[in-house]
Design a protein around this ligand. Structure first.
Ligand code: PRX
Length: 569
């Protein structure tokens, strides 16, 4: 097959010639699918679950298929409606009101999904945290959001600095001792009614806070509102190509935006059976999940595909993957060789999609009905205006590299950065949302990702801010200064590399370096711990004291150092 262009396949939703068909597409056209076109009020939890539970032909369909090495469970739409109602009642009993922040710090499980939906039903704002976070990461997020309540587990509670969080009033423990000092999830759920009067909201009311990293400062709370459902729903059709009897699997954890927008909202807004897999990655378990659950639509990430690729064709051949119809990818550049492998392993194209925590949903994509150019992220969705702009927000001609930017105002756009209006404003230039990615657009309107323009690191599809890692490193007794960069890596995209200087009295040793690595791992999380640490005499800084990560990167990669006129003596 000619790998330069892979021809279109058929899809369920007509996007052939979409630029013509949808030329005048307006997102308002999607609104008719939801309650507020009739009542003026809305709640995304109603649209994802209750609506289907009220439909006699759908209520007994599996909404959630949970599978993990030690637990299997199915919940129908009706059961999930009842369980989330129960949890909403538990929250109300504990004084949770519209707009309060309720965080979830736990592994994927049926309880997680019931609790997440229950939070939304009360009109509170949900804040899911990745279970691998350690104390500092948990503290930063709960502090900034002033979370009033936390749902967690006995295994993780030690990482919650309860005494230092004055706004945190109550903790609900899932799977804990029913007589303990915290609220027991199981005990409260047993006593809670399965009926709940949903809090009806306005489109612009808040639903979700996702913390994500930038190049400076602590992680920031990206704030999303219920209106995002328009785009979750519609991209579920156009891009995920969902139809009623699909079995869909998104491999992302709900601690990241992919795991909520596309691990919760898009499939359920479309009434589709959603597979959730707990436990660690293993090629056999992953292929096994596709085979056992008859997964037809699969949304994953380049880092996972690369691991499956290196596990070899034999591993894939052991499993019956014939249920698969449509495969998609997000989070990092999708290498053409991975697409070639997908054609071989599944006889399917892997469709790249581009978007970010801040954008809330897909923006630039490859659709089933579109000719694909491997290496390209695809084209903007109908109703989305994307372009390449210079630093002043002027559009650049085709094939010129610049800032990948989106015209303000798509439905799922973040509405604020929590507690940080200045940061929010800084994303917008001349009416464009400037993504921080560099890219170019070819003559035919395909977008090609080139890299990040800031120092944000993308390791195995996870976004890590160098500042956070540097701050943790210099808390270690042996470290004087630290500068952190992303270093290209064939499997992980990038790995984290730290340059450090040592304090007086400390000598370089393998034990010390390992101790420093563990220190970051235990303080922040495993994915933020540097895989490589190098001791240097100085960390290059500008005269104003900013770490010159660009220079560290040039040194590391043996590239020309460029302009060093601002370098401190
Ligand atoms: O650099 C881009 C990269 O991931 C960043 C967004 O990360 P995050 O907010 O964690 O969201 C990830 C999942 C939505 C982007 O700024 N990125 C995302 N998708 C792609 C990508 N890089 C290349 N190709 C993609 N398809």
């Amino acid at each position: 097959m000619d790998m330069k262009q892979i021809p279109a396949r058929s899809g369920n939703h007509n996007l052939q010639n979409y630029q013509q068909t949808y030329k005048n597409f307006n997102w308002d056209e999607v609104k008719g699918n939801f309650t507020w076109s009739k009542t003026g009020k809305v709640n995304i939890a109603y649209e994802t679950i209750d609506k289907h539970a009220e439909d006699p032909s759908k209520k007994n369909q599996a909404a959630l298929i949970y599978t993990s090495p030690d637990r299997e469970e199915k919940l129908t739409f009706e059961e999930l409606k009842k369980k989330s109602n129960q949890f909403a009642n538990v929250l109300k009993k504990n004084d949770i009101e519209k707009g309060d922040r309720v965080f979830l710090f736990m592994h994927r499980s049926p309880e997680f999904y019931a609790a997440f939906l229950g939070i939304l039903k009360t009109g509170a704002i949900a804040g899911p945290l990745f279970e691998a976070f350690m104390e500092q990461a948990v503290r930063d997020r709960l502090e900034d959001s002033e979370a009033k309540m936390l749902v967690t587990t006995p295994e993780l509670i030690d990482r919650v600095p309860v005494d230092d969080l004055p706004h945190l009033e109550k903790i609900i423990l899932v799977g804990g001792d029913e007589s303990g000092s915290h609220i027991s999830f199981e005990k409260e759920m047993k006593n809670a009614s399965e009926e709940f009067e949903i809090e009806w909201l306005d489109l612009e009311d808040g639903m979700l806070l996702h913390y994500t990293s930038g190049s400076t400062g602590k992680p920031k709370g990206v704030y999303h509102v219920h209106n995002a459902m328009l785009q979750h729903y519609q991209t579920g059709k156009w891009v995920l190509d969902l139809k009623d009897d699909d079995v869909y699997w998104c491999t992302a954890d709900p601690g990241w935006v992919t795991g909520t927008s596309y691990g919760i909202f898009a499939p359920w807004l479309n009434g589709v059976t959603n597979v959730v897999r707990g436990g660690r990655f293993s090629p056999d378990d992953w292929y096994g999940t596709i085979a056992d659950q008859d997964v037809s639509v699969w949304y994953s990430a380049p880092t996972a595909f690369r691991k499956l690729l290196s596990a070899g064709a034999e591993t894939a051949k052991k499993h019956d993957l014939s249920s698969l119809r449509h495969v998609l990818s997000v989070g990092e550049p999708l290498n053409p060789e991975v697409i070639a492998w997908g054609l071989e392993a599944f006889d399917l194209r892997i469709h790249d999609t581009w978007w970010m925590t801040e954008t809330g949903a897909m923006l630039i994509c490859n659709y089933p009905t579109m000719e694909m150019r491997p290496g390209s992220m695809g084209q903007p969705l109908p109703g989305i205006e994307a372009s390449i702009v210079d630093n002043e927000g002027n559009e650049l001609p085709a094939n010129q590299m610049g800032n990948l930017a989106i015209k303000e105002g798509w439905p799922s756009m973040m509405r604020a950065v929590w507690n940080n209006p200045g940061k929010y404003e800084s994303y917008f230039v001349n009416g464009w949302y400037v993504s921080g990615d560099s890219a170019y657009k070819d003559e035919d309107g395909y977008f090609w990702f080139q890299g990040r323009l800031d120092d944000v690191i993308n390791t195995s599809g996870e976004r890590v801010g160098p500042f956070e890692v540097e701050s943790k490193l210099i808390e270690h007794e042996a470290v004087a200064e630290a500068g952190v960069i992303g270093k290209p890596d064939p499997e992980r995209g990038e790995i984290i590399k730290a340059f450090i200087t040592l304090r007086e009295g400390y000598q370089k040793s393998d034990e010390l370096l390992e101790d420093i690595r563990q220190f970051v791992k235990k303080g922040l999380s495993a994915h933020a711990a540097p895989r490589e640490i190098e001791i240097t005499d100085t960390i290059p800084k500008t005269r104003s004291g900013k770490i010159m990560r660009r220079l560290l990167k040039s040194w590391e990669l043996g590239l020309p150092t460029g302009d060093t006129s601002t370098l401190e003596e």
